[in-house]
Design a protein. Structure first.
Lengths: 405, 132
């Protein structure tokens, strides 16, 4: 299936990502500029053509990153939206530009995601207070001191480990080995991606025996912190139709762009429910795009931890209900399997500079649909899905389709 | 004279026997442990305290080996579904922090343990769950 250009559709015109890495000698604006300029050049437009800019950078969300970016690449006076939405920040930037184009306020827009984390180490959780200690209840739980480590864990590897073991409670055939195999796959995939932060294969034994972070997530089953940026130029179908044929041929249709938050569930009061909002987003996206999970040639999903990827096979309906363990064991999500998942190496190996992630996933799908993914190309790819989730929670799902020849 | 004790969080009641008290929505029955402005399920704002069953089942866990400085590791973080259907997060205690000793679906019950003493000599008491 290949998409036709209807006037009210929205398309990826240009795309770029930096290699994800650690860049101690560059700043956030350097990274954002590289991707923004790269995406503009890729789409054969200039900053003067951009009607709207959305910029996501989570840890500098109050720092007017979009305007600082403009001061390096072009102060054209167009509206700038600085967005922050946890690990779905990048997807939210894309969706902001989508909405502006759909509303008729813009014909061409630029979405940028960037993050500079350095070696931040473990995210989530915190130590008890160090000042003079007098137990006085404070906050919404009337806590007299920090509760992390006493009333369960607030660390990210732990929270997502619990999401994985909750799935294992409800479904047989899921255990330490299945979670480890997810990491094995993504490290293996990353060896073909020159943009990945790490490009090294590890054996199952190396993964299972690497330092335990939060069982069942070992170090090699956790994404690293890092730096990087990604950017997309989006265009209305009406405007695209007037562009030269070589530009139209490389354009990729955004067939669905969905953002959800978590609806009330009983257990989400004590542990983040990363499942329901992902299922809701996926179902909305499939319905909007008119495609089903069986049509997907590749998927980039939010594998912040190996436990997370496994449960999203089920949430995105990539496997039979309850069958995520069998799916990974059967080789289904490997690059030569039935539905290749995270052929980029995923967050686990490609890296996870938070604001950039939700844009980089769409860059990856776009690159495959254009047939430009080099050694890691999924042959003949015409439809792909990109998924991100941030705790609190926010979930972004984009479905993309190759242009008709 | 006995040492003064305070619960780590205000939804833990130490007397007469340690138990948890949830804020229950009078309209839809949703239960919460934090101070509420309104109900996250139905949007109404009438709540009543509800005693939570102290017995339940382990529904999810992780064994934390890396945590913020000052937090003793390893420990078992647990998600428990109590016999009255309330979800609670705490530590699993009185149990080896190993995958072999922790079993999904195992029966647990609420218990308490001290987590420290402040500069006035008051002891903070946390709750955890232990295997039965």
């Amino acid at each position: 299936m290949a998409a036709q250009i209807s006037p009210d559709s929205v398309w990826v015109l240009g795309a770029h990502m930096t290699r994800f890495a650690r860049y101690p000698d560059r700043d956030l604006i350097d990274l954002a500029s590289e991707s923004a300029l790269g995406a503009l050049a890729d789409g054969e437009v200039t900053v003067a053509d951009i009607d709207v800019l959305a910029c996501g950078a989570l840890f500098q969300a109050s720092g007017a990153v979009g305007q600082r970016l403009q001061k390096q690449i072009g102060q054209t006076g167009v509206p700038v939206y600085n967005v922050a939405n946890a690990c779905a920040t990048g997807a939210t930037a894309i969706r902001t530009v989508m909405m502006a184009i759909r509303a008729g306020e813009a014909e061409i827009g630029l979405a940028v995601g960037a993050e500079q984390m350095g070696k931040m180490g473990l995210l989530g959780g915190g130590a008890t207070k160090k000042e003079k200690k007098v137990f006085e209840p404070s906050g919404r739980y009337g806590a007299v001191t920090g509760v992390d480590g006493y009333l369960g864990t607030e660390t990210m590897p732990g929270v997502f480990a619990q999401a994985g073991t909750a799935y294992a409670h409800d479904h047989d055939s899921v255990g330490f080995e299945q979670f480890a195999r997810v990491a094995y796959k993504n490290h293996l995939h990353s060896t073909l991606n020159p943009l990945a932060q790490y490009q090294k294969e590890f054996s199952m034994d190396e993964i299972m025996e690497s330092p335990m972070m939060s069982y069942p997530n070992t170090l090699l089953m956790c994404c690293p912190t890092g730096d990087g940026a990604a950017a997309l130029v989006l265009v209305s179908g009406e405007r695209l139709a007037s562009m030269p044929s070589h530009v139209r041929k490389r354009a990729v249709k955004v067939s669905a762009s969905v953002l959800t938050s978590d609806p009330f569930t009983e257990d989400c009061q004590v542990q983040p429910d990363v499942n329901t909002l992902t299922r809701n987003a996926a179902n909305q996206a499939y319905e909007t795009a008119g495609v089903g999970p069986e049509d997907l040639d590749l998927v980039e999903l939010h594998d912040c931890f190996a436990t997370a990827e496994l449960i999203h096979y089920d949430n995105l309906s990539l496997c039979e209900p309850g069958g995520a363990g069998e799916f990974i064991d059967s080789g289904g999500p490997f690059r030569d399997g039935t539905t290749p998942v995270n052929v980029s190496g995923g967050l686990i190996s490609k890296g996870h500079p938070i604001g950039a992630t939700g844009v980089a996933n769409v860059y990856e799908i776009t690159t495959h649909l254009r047939g430009e993914a080099g050694d890691r190309q999924v042959a003949g790819a015409t439809v792909g899905l990109a998924h991100v989730i941030g705790l609190a929670s926010a979930c972004g799902v984009h479905i993309l389709e190759k242009a008709a020849a | 004279m006995a040492q003064a004790r305070v619960p780590l969080v205000d939804y833990l009641c130490l007397e007469p026997e340690p138990h948890l008290v949830a804020q229950e929505c009078r309209h839809c029955g949703a239960r919460f442990f934090d101070r509420r402005n309104a109900c996250a399920r139905c949007g109404r704002s009438d709540f009543a305290p509800a005693e939570v069953d102290s017995n339940g089942e382990l529904r999810a866990f992780t064994i934390v080996h890396r945590a913020a400085p000052g937090i003793p590791v390893p420990f078992v973080s647990a998600i428990v579904n109590t016999d009255d259907g309330t979800w609670v997060r705490s530590n699993l205690i009185n149990c080896d922090p190993t995958p072999e000793a922790v079993t999904l679906g195992m029966r647990v019950r609420l218990t308490t343990y001290p987590v420290g003493t402040d500069d006035d000599g008051t002891e903070a008491v946390a709750f955890g769950y232990e295997p039965t």
